[in-house]
Design a protein around this ligand. Structure first.
Ligand code: PMP
Length: 361
């Protein structure tokens, strides 16, 4: 069998590993931070109707500017944003890739604060952007002073934040993001994939956009909106950022079916987000009950919980999987991450974990 290393592949890709979250279809799937509640049936019906309409002109290319979708996304985010501030792509992963294609690339660097979302460094590698990891403070936090010191030390072209951070659940304050912005002349990118799960009233980086044309904030419909299979991510920024991304996106990158489905989902925002409170409740329950079991869960503003104190993460992962429950070993020694599911799924996970002998460090 030929390995890709034997092909005339780019030297900087040799030896790298692709994104590899295991994709087992089992009874209780709490491994990739999806919303485990299905889309309500009446919303499915409306989306089907919209897709039916879109199929009527599917012989034609879709609206390259996805104008109706950008208007709907701006309306959803509020904060005085308009369609001109919005950009979307096939998942926020593609949004991030386009951002690095336009603002990163060979000879440029991105500064980030691991542990963070694994795709950030993989997209940096794919676009030939140098990845510079910086230290967090205790408890995975990033103070304004820590962010500014890292920026001054490395002078990156782009700074990445993720709030709430995957895999730790830790929020990054608007003070840290504002301080980072003032310390760099580069792009400051904030991945807010899990923003809807943050405590009510916690300010988002969207409140900082006004007057900061180098600040870029991405969101996704994959998490709170329960729409991961549709692949819709988006960003909010100065209209000039969207103009820059038009240079690197492929024409018609959002299919007519994707646009119709996303517009349908956004037209039913309250129904689509109805389970967010429930998920927050299960997340808080996970933090409480994991501590009672003797593990060390971290506080989380997202729909998942990272917990330490695991003697052998691979062993616990395997034993849960054997019972039809999949969670995530993110490669942090003695840690595992679990998504907050429905009440029944969360109960199954907690009961199965409690029944494992000798798994606490
Ligand atoms: N950002 C973060 C922090 C994530 O955890 C994820 C998905 N796990 C994404 C972005 C990508 O989401 P999508 O491409 O589905 O929008």
């Amino acid at each position: 069998m030929t390995s890709f290393d034997e092909l005339p592949i780019r030297d900087d890709l040799r030896g790298l590993k692709p994104y590899g979250a295991p994709q087992a279809h089992v009874r209780v799937e709490l491994n990739v931070n999806e919303n485990t509640h299905p889309v309500p049936a009446d919303v499915v019906d409306d989306i089907m109707r919209r897709i039916h309409v879109a199929l009527g002109t599917i012989n034609r290319y879709p609206d390259r500017e996805f104008t109706a979708l950008r208007e709907a996304l701006a309306g959803y985010l509020g904060h005085g944003l308009t369609a001109e501030n919005m950009w979307a792509a096939n998942g926020s992963n593609e949004v991030i890739q386009q951002l690095l294609q336009a603002f990163g690339g060979p000879g440029r660097s991105v500064l980030a604060f691991p542990p963070t979302y694994s795709m950030h460094s993989i997209i940096a590698a794919g676009t030939g952007t140098q990845w510079i990891p910086a230290q967090r403070d205790a408890e995975f936090e990033i103070s304004p002073a820590t962010a500014v010191a890292a920026i001054q030390a490395h002078q990156p072209d782009i700074v990445f934040f993720c709030t709430p951070n995957n895999p730790t659940g830790t929020p990054v304050s608007v003070e840290t993001i504002a301080a980072a912005y003032d310390a760099t002349e580069g792009i400051v990118f904030v991945d807010e994939a899990y923003a809807e799960f943050a405590p009510e009233g916690e300010p988002t980086a969207l409140t900082l956009l006004e007057g900061r044309p180098r600040l870029v904030i991405s969101r996704t419909m994959s998490k709170a909106f329960a729409f991961a299979g549709a692949r819709v991510g988006y960003l909010a920024a100065d209209p000039a950022v969207a103009d820059a991304l038009r240079l690197v996106r492929l024409p018609y990158h959002l299919s007519a079916l994707t646009q119709a489905a996303a517009e349908g989902a956004l037209a039913h925002t309250p129904a689509m987000l109805a389970m967010v409170d429930d998920i927050r409740g299960q997340r808080d329950r996970l933090v409480r009950e994991l501590a009672v079991l003797g593990y060390t869960p971290y506080p989380s503003s997202a729909n998942f919980v990272l917990f330490g104190g695991v003697r052998d993460p691979q062993d616990v992962f395997d034993k849960l999987l054997a019972q039809g429950i999949i969670i995530r070993d993110i490669g942090l020694p003695h840690h595992l991450r679990v998504t907050a599911g429905t009440e029944a799924e969360t109960t199954e996970f907690l009961d199965a974990l409690a029944a494992l002998d000798g798994s606490i460090n």
